[in-house]
Every structure is written in C-alpha cells, then in structure tokens.
Design a binder for this molecule. Structure first.
Ligand code: SF4
Length: 509
C-alpha cells in the first residue's frame, strides 16, 4: 500500500459545535471520532484488556506518561510523540522532572495536516530520518488523544527501517484508563514484537543473562533493592530472579519471554501477560510481602516451576521467622486508609496489616485482575474494604467514613487530609519508592508511616493557627476581608449547567 492509498478520515475540529475538541471535547466526542476514523479495533481491544469502572477517565496525570516513561528508560530507543502541543509540553516536562535525560521527539500538526492526512506522512518522514541503526534498536511512536481520534494510522508504518524496529501505539486518555495500564500498552507491544522475532529464528542473548539457574521473569517496575530480595527468596528453590519487565534493553525482552515462569508483581500488565501466555509461560500473581504473602508466593512459584515441596518448606523455614521478627520489631499502631494508582496498593496494605496497622480501606485506580485476586481476598478476610478502579470520590468517602490516623494516597487525597489536620503521605513518592519484598521490605514502610504519625500534633497546631483564614472561594490575598456571596455562586452555577446542557445537546445532534 502506498501513502496515496491511505484514506484520511478526519475529525472536523473546526466545526463550531465541537469547539475546543481535542483536550476539552470530552470522552464521548473523542471516542466517537476515533471509531469513525477507523480505530474501533484498537479501542475495543483496550476496552476488553482494561475494563473500565467508575474510574474510566484519568483523574490523575495523562495516561500516556506511563508508556512514555517505559520507552524513555530503554537504552538505544527513540521516542516520538504525536499530539497537541499542550499535551506534549506537559508530558515532556513531567518526563524531565522525573530525570528522563533523553530527547522526546515531536511531530507537530495543525488542522490542515490533521485533516488532509499529511500528519501521517510527517510522522513517517520523521521516523525514516531517525532510523539510524548505529544509534537505535527501536523507535516508538505514540499517538495521543487527537491523532488517535483522527485515525492517524500508525499501524501502516513499516515494521522496521534499516534494521531499526518501529513500534506505533495509540495511547489516548479516552481509551487507556490509567498511566499504569499505558505502561502495559507499550510493554505488551514490545513483547509481541520480540515474541514474533523469536518465532522467526535465533535472536541475540542479552549480555547479563543468567545461565546457571532457571530464572523467574518479574513483571512490574520495582524499587531497585526488590529484585535482590526476590533473588534471595528464590535461591533455596534453585531459581534466580530474572529479567524485570518493562526492560531497559531490547534483548532483555527475549530473556523475559524465556523465563521459567512470570511473577506478575504488578497485576495490571494484562497485555504483557497475554504475550507471556502465548509464549507458554505460567503466570503467578501477588508478591512476597510480609509473612503470609511470602509463604503463599513461595508455594505458587514452587508449584509453577515443579519444585519439590521439601525445598519450598526449607525456604519458608529460612525466611518466614526473619520476616516475622522484623515486622514485630517495627510495629504500626494506627488506623490507615491507602489509595493510589501505581498498582502496588494492595501489597502495601498487606504489609501494613501484617505490621499491626488497622487498614480500613484500600483503593486502587487499577482494575481487578486474576493476579490481584488473592491479595484482595486476603485483605477482605482481614476486614479491609478493597476498591478497584477507585475514584477520588471513593477515597474521600473513605476519609470521611473512617477518619483515619493517617491517609496514604494521591495528591488530592493528601491535600484534603492535611487540610483536616490528618497526617498524610504521598503513595507515589514516599511509599512506592521503598522496598516491599522479602526480609528487607518487611520493616520499610513502618519507618516512614510512624514518622508521619508523629506529625499529628504539629498538624493540629497548624490548623489552630490558620483557623479563620479563608477557604475555597474566600482563599487567597484580598485587600478587604472577603464577603461570601452565595447568591452569585448559585447564579453562576446555573449558567455553567446551562452551558453544559447546550454542549451536550449539540454533541448529540
Ligand atoms: S493526550 Fe493526555 S493530556 Fe492530552 S488530552 Fe489526552 S489525556 Fe489529556
């Protein structure tokens, strides 16, 4: 097929009824546009792989940040974004904030290049220019919301140029619910590509491949010490900790596919799991967190790899007393609620419960999958309310209901808790950036939680100090004391509701 054969099916973004389409058009408008533009297959696949719930729209960062980060962490990999300039600015800013140290390529567009299909030609040209095998193994091109909604056909790019692999993915906010699952979109696409290469003939082995013991592939971005802890736990079973997916090098994808079994430590990598299953690998859910979690995980891994029960028992005898001792020496005596969008929320809750904490609620933006089922069951047996696809509203309701001593969660939950003088910790920065597995992980979250609990009095003093200072629409710097005008607020709310109704009826016409 030549470029001339590609029929552009544009969205009329200049249609006044869709003014502001793109970032502000709303999920339904973009979804309809994308389907009309030929993206039904991929969107249906996403809907099946990442089933939506109440939390079916990003309430946090743009989901594409997940896949962008996975690509930027890979060596000899170039990344190109295709999307609105404001989206690309935000994504580039965030990736450099998190220390990407790689260039993010961008193919800009305007209404004309979008409508005429020239954007695809521009992407194709940019990809050809970039495909230097001396510099890159892979080029990843990502369609953000608007190019996906306009049907920019990345699947028509060549599979490789000059030996450089070309991978095009659609990561729209209206099709991929969380940034966690966007990581899986790219990891799954790369595993699929690598699996096809393996099926076609011999591939190069990664330099750091372990040959002495069968290795367990690890699915999920872990704290750097966690793979070492996993290796210690696996050694008595005559197994090793293998490749961690998402990988840092292309060749590692081959060793990942070659693992003795796959430990889905983060349970949301559904597309990646599908690729491993196609490669004939057994998937093991949950993780070795705390004493119960470690015992169950060693049993499951042992069973998946056909290890003798005496060896599994010996490993448990070696590690479980140490883990129990560490948990007892660092107790948490507090009532907690926990929420986040990293996918490890249930594991953190298990560890907190085994450390003595009374965890009332754990919410995760990720969906329920077979690989988190045993964690959810264990927590529910301990009386913890587990909410998958939790929204901010669910988290705030839990804050109201349980009035915890400490809230662990996302930025808006933490802000709300602190405004009520409840100590709070950011899940992403302070909790998920700590070791959780095995003996090393046992006492690690207790340290940070207990330190935060000591701030309770300080929070109470601050609340008392700031009491009476404006809140909500009376917050900020005023020359005179602000006067509340509820009648104006009501009038403005009516005006906004009327405008929303008008937009809705125009969109359905
Ligand atoms: S690409 Fe990301 S930032 Fe841009 S509109 Fe979509 S979800 Fe929002």
């Amino acid at each position: 097929m030549s470029l001339n054969d590609i029929e552009a099916v544009p969205v009329n973004f200049t249609d006044p009824s869709r003014e502001g389409a793109g970032c502000h058009a709303g999920k339904d408008v973009l979804l309809d546009a994308a389907k009309a533009a030929g993206k039904s297959d991929i969107l249906d696949k996403y809907a099946q792989t990442y089933p939506a719930g109440p939390h079916d729209q990003p309430q946090s960062m743009c989901p594409a940040f997940g896949s962008l980060r996975v690509g930027l962490r890979m060596e000899r990999t170039a990344t190109i974004l295709s999307g609105s300039a404001c989206c690309v600015y935000g994504l580039t800013f965030t990736s450099h904030f998190y220390g990407a140290r790689r260039t993010v390529g961008y193919v800009p567009f305007d209404s004309e290049t979008l409508v005429t299909g020239k954007l695809f030609e521009d992407i194709r040209e940019a990809t050809y220019k970039l495909a230097d095998p001396d510099k890159y193994d892979t080029i990843i091109i990502t369609n953000l919301c608007v190019p996906t909604a306009s049907g920019v056909p990345l699947d028509l790019l060549p599979d490789q140029i000059n030996g450089v692999r070309i991978i095009g993915i659609d990561v729209p906010g209206f099709g991929v619910p969380t940034h966690a699952e966007a990581k899986d979109v790219l990891a799954g696409a790369m595993l699929k590509y690598a699996r096809t290469e393996v099926e076609q003939g011999p591939v190069s082995a990664p330099a750091n491949r372990r040959k002495d013991l069968p290795a367990i592939t690890i699915l999920g971005e872990l704290f750097p010490a966690d793979p070492m802890s996993l290796g210690m736990l696996l050694e008595p079973l005559d197994l090793a900790c293998g490749t961690v997916v998402p990988t840092r090098q292309w060749r590692e994808l081959y060793s990942a596919l070659d693992g003795a079994a796959v430990a889905a430590i983060h349970p949301f990598y559904s597309a990646s799991v599908c690729e491993f299953q196609k490669a004939g690998r057994t998937i093991v859910g949950s993780a070795p967190v705390g004493s119960d979690g470690t015992a169950d995980w060693l049993d499951s891994i042992g069973e998946a790899c056909g290890i003798a029960s005496s060896k599994i028992a010996a490993a448990k005898n070696q590690f479980l007393p140490m883990i129990k001792e560490t948990l007892t020496s660092a107790p948490i005596d507090a009532r907690l609620i926990i929420s986040g969008y990293e996918g490890s929320e249930l594991l953190v809750a298990r560890l907190a419960v085994e450390s003595g904490a009374h965890v009332h609620y754990v919410g995760t933006a990720c969906p329920a999958t077979p690989w988190s089922a045993s964690d959810a069951q264990w927590l529910e047996n301990k009386g913890v309310v587990v909410k998958f696809r939790a929204s901010l509203e669910d988290d705030l309701a839990a804050l109201n209901e349980y009035k915890p001593d400490l809230a662990i969660g996302t930025t808006p939950l933490v802000q709300e808790a602190k405004s009520r003088a409840i100590p709070a910790l950011y899940f992403t920065n302070l909790i998920s950036a700590r070791p959780l597995m095995g003996v090393i992980g046992a006492g690690s979250i207790a340290q940070v939680i207990n330190a935060a609990l000591k701030n309770r009095d300080r929070f109470a003093q601050m609340k008392e100090f700031f009491d009476g200072v404006g809140e909500g629409d009376t917050a900020g710097i005023w020359e005179q004391k602000p006067v509340a005008r509820p009648e104006f607020s009501a009038q403005y709310a009516k005006k906004l509701a009327k405008q929303a109704d008008q937009r809705k009826s125009t969109a359905t016409q």
